[in-house]
Design a protein around this ligand. Structure first.
Ligand code: GLU
Length: 485
C-alpha cells in the first residue's frame, strides 16, 4: 500500500437523529485522522429519498460542532474532492456503473420488485436474495428493452465460485464464499445509487484511507472489496466497531434509556461527558487507567490498536459519574452560566443569589436536569412540619426551635449586610449570648428556611441564596406555624 495521508470520513444519512453509535463512528474517525495528522471528512449520504428528513443535515452540523468534531472537508466548507453530498454526485455514480457494465462486472436487470418477490422461492438458486434472472440476457435484448424505455436497475455480477477475503483492523481476516453473495443493486431505476455502491465510489474518490463504521457493515464488506477490485482501486483499511449494548447485554435501545445525542443533552448530560463516555465504547487507552480525557487528550493517545471487538457496554451509571467529574472541574463561570439557565425559569421573578447557588450545586449535581428538583425548596415555600425541627443529637425539638427562632428573628432583621461572613458572625455571637448550641441554632434556622430535612448546602448558604426578604418571610411563617400548632 502506498503511503497516503490518513483520511477518514463520517458519512451519516440525514435521519434527524444522532444515535450514540453514529456519534461514536464520527468520534473514532475524527480521532484516527487527528492522531495521524490526517484529514476528517464529512459526507452526507442522502440517496435514500424515502428516509429524507427536513432539517436533518442541520442536526448533523450542530452535533458535530457541540462535540468539537470539526471536519476538514465537507458540504459546507468544500474541499478537493467534492461535492460532499451524495445527491449532487449522481452523474458520477452513473458513469462508474456504466464502466462496470461494459467490463462485465455488472448488468442491467429488468425484474421489477414484484417479479422478484413472486419468484423468490421458485427460482431461488444457491445465491442469496435476488435469483440472478437477468444476469445472462444478451446485449441485444438489453438494448432492445432499454430503447423501449423499460425501467431497470444495475446489479453487481458476483463471482459464482471461489472466496473473497479481507483483513479488518479490529476483527482480523474475514472470508466469505462468493456464491453466498447477492448480485446486489448498485444503481436504482431512478438513477440513484444504493449505499452499497455509492460508499465505495465516494470513499475511493475522496481518498479515504480508513473506513470506520459499525460492525453491521462487516458482512457487506466482501462485496465492496469486489467492487474495489473490479475498478482496480486500492482497498482501504477497514475498521469495524463493536456492537453497543446495554448493561443487560442486549443491543442498546430506547428500552435502556436515551440513545441519541440530543436526548442525552436533554437528560442533563454535558456534551464533553457524552464524548468522553462514547470514546470508551469499544476503545481503551492501554495501560493508562485514567478515564477522564478531554477531546484534545484523546487526539493524542487514540490508536486503532486500542479498539476491541467485544460488545461495548453503555452504562448510564458510568455516564452519571463522568458527568459529575466534568461538572466538578468545570470553570466556575461556565458552571454559573449553566446554573443560571436552569434556575432562572424556576425562580421566575423572585431574586436569588446565583453565585452562592452555583457554589452549593457544583460539588453536588449529577445531571443538569436534577437541578429543578434539588432547588425546589428554594423556589417554592414547602409546607412546614414540627418533625422537621426534631434532632435528637442536637437535643432540638419544635418548641425549642420556636424559642430560638423567636430570639434570632430580631437579630437577623437588624443585620446590616446579608452575606455569608456577616451571617456567620451573627450566628456565632448569638450562640454565645443566648447560650444556645451551634447545632441547635443551625438546625432551627435550616428547618425554618427550607422546610426540608436534607438540603444541598447548610443554613447560612440557604439564607444567602434566598436573600434577606425571603429568608425573613420564611422564618416569620415558620414561627407562626410553630406557635399555632
Ligand atoms: N450512511 C451510512 C450510515 O449512516 C454510513 C455507513 C458508513 O459509515 O459507511 O449508516
Amino acid at each position: 500500500m502506498t503511503t497516503r495521508i490518513t483520511k477518514t470520513r463520517f458519512a451519516p444519512s440525514p435521519t434527524g437523529i444522532m444515535h450514540v453509535g453514529n456519534l461514536r463512528s464520527a468520534l473514532y474517525e475524527y480521532l484516527i485522522a487527528k492522531a495521524d495528522h490526517g484529514a476528517f471528512i464529512l459526507r452526507i449520504e442522502d440517496t435514500d429519498r424515502e428516509r429524507y428528513v427536513e432539517g436533518a443535515v442541520d442536526v448533523i452540523y450542530r452535533t458535530l460542532d457541540q462535540c468539537g468534531l470539526h471536519h476538514d472537508e465537507g458540504p459546507d466548507i468544500g474541499g478537493p474532492n467534492g461535492p460532499y453530498t451524495q445527491s449532487e454526485r449522481l452523474l458520477l455514480y452513473r458513469q462508474y456503473a456504466d464502466q462496470l457494465v461494459s467490463q462485465g462486472d455488472a448488468y442491467p436487470c429488468f425484474c421489477s420488485a414484484t417479479h422478484i418477490a413472486e419468484n423468490d422461492d421458485s427460482e431461488q438458486t444457491e445465491s442469496f436474495g435476488y435469483n440472478r434472472h437477468c444476469r445472462d440476457i444478451s446485449r441485444e435484448e438489453v438494448t432492445r428493452r432499454t430503447d423501449a424505455g423499460e425501467s431497470y436497475v444495475i446489479r453487481q455480477r458476483m463471482p459464482l465460485s471461489g472466496e473473497t477475503s479481507f483483513s479488518d483492523d479490529v476483527y482480523g481476516k474475514i472470508t466469505v464464499m462468493n456464491k453466498e453473495l447477492e448480485d446486489q443493486i448498485l444503481l436504482k431505476s431512478d438513477g440513484y445509487p444504493t449505499y452499497n455502491f455509492a460508499n465505495v465510489v465516494d470513499d475511493h474518490l475522496m481518498e479515504i484511507t480508513h473506513i470506520v463504521r459499525g460492525s453491521e457493515y462487516l458482512s457487506s464488506t466482501p462485496k465492496y472489496c469486489l467492487l474495489y477490485e473490479a475498478f482496480g482501486w486500492e482497498i482501504p483499511h477497514f475498521v469495524h466497531l463493536p456492537l453497543i449494548v446495554g448493561e443487560d447485554g442486549r443491543k442498546l435501545s430506547k428500552r435502556h434509556g436515551s440513545t441519541s445525542f440530543d436526548d442525552l443533552v436533554n437528560d442533563g448530560y454535558l456534551p464533553e461527558a457524552i464524548v468522553n463516555m462514547i470514546a470508551f465504547l469499544g476503545w481503551a487507552p492501554g495501560s493508562d487507567t485514567r478515564e477522564i480525557f478531554s477531546l484534545k487528550e484523546l487526539e493524542e493517545i487514540f490508536h486503532i490498536a486500542g479498539i476491541n471487538k467485544a460488545p461495548a457496554v453503555f452504562s448510564y451509571n458510568k455516564l452519571n459519574w463522568m458527568n459529575e467529574q466534568y461538572i466538578r472541574i468545570m470553570p466556575f463561570e461556565t458552571w454559573t452560566k449553566l446554573v443560571k439557565d436552569t434556575a432562572d425559569p424556576c425562580f421566575r421573578d423572585t431574586p436569588y443569589d446565583l453565585i452562592m447557588l452555583a457554589q452549593v450545586l457544583q460539588p453536588r449535581v449529577t445531571k443538569l436536569s436534577d437541578i429543578p428538583d434539588m432547588i425546589r425548596f428554594l423556589t417554592t415555600r414547602l409546607p412546614q412540619s414540627r418533625e422537621l425541627f426534631f434532632n435528637k443529637r442536637a437535643k432540638l425539638d419544635a418548641d425549642k426551635a420556636a424559642d430560638i427562632l423567636d430570639k434570632l428573628y430580631p437579630l437577623l432583621s437588624a443585620l446590616g449586610s446579608w452575606n455569608e461572613a456577616d451571617l456567620q458572625e451573627l450566628l456565632e455571637h448569638a450562640c454565645e449570648e443566648l447560650g444556645i448550641k451551634k447545632g441547635q441554632i443551625m438546625g432551627s434556622l435550616r428547618a425554618g428556611l427550607a422546610a426540608q430535612q436534607v438540603t444541598p448546602g447548610g443554613a447560612i448558604e440557604t439564607a444567602v441564596i434566598l436573600g434577606r426578604e425571603e429568608s425573613l418571610g420564611r422564618l416569620a411563617q415558620a414561627l407562626l406555624y410553630l406557635r399555632e400548632v
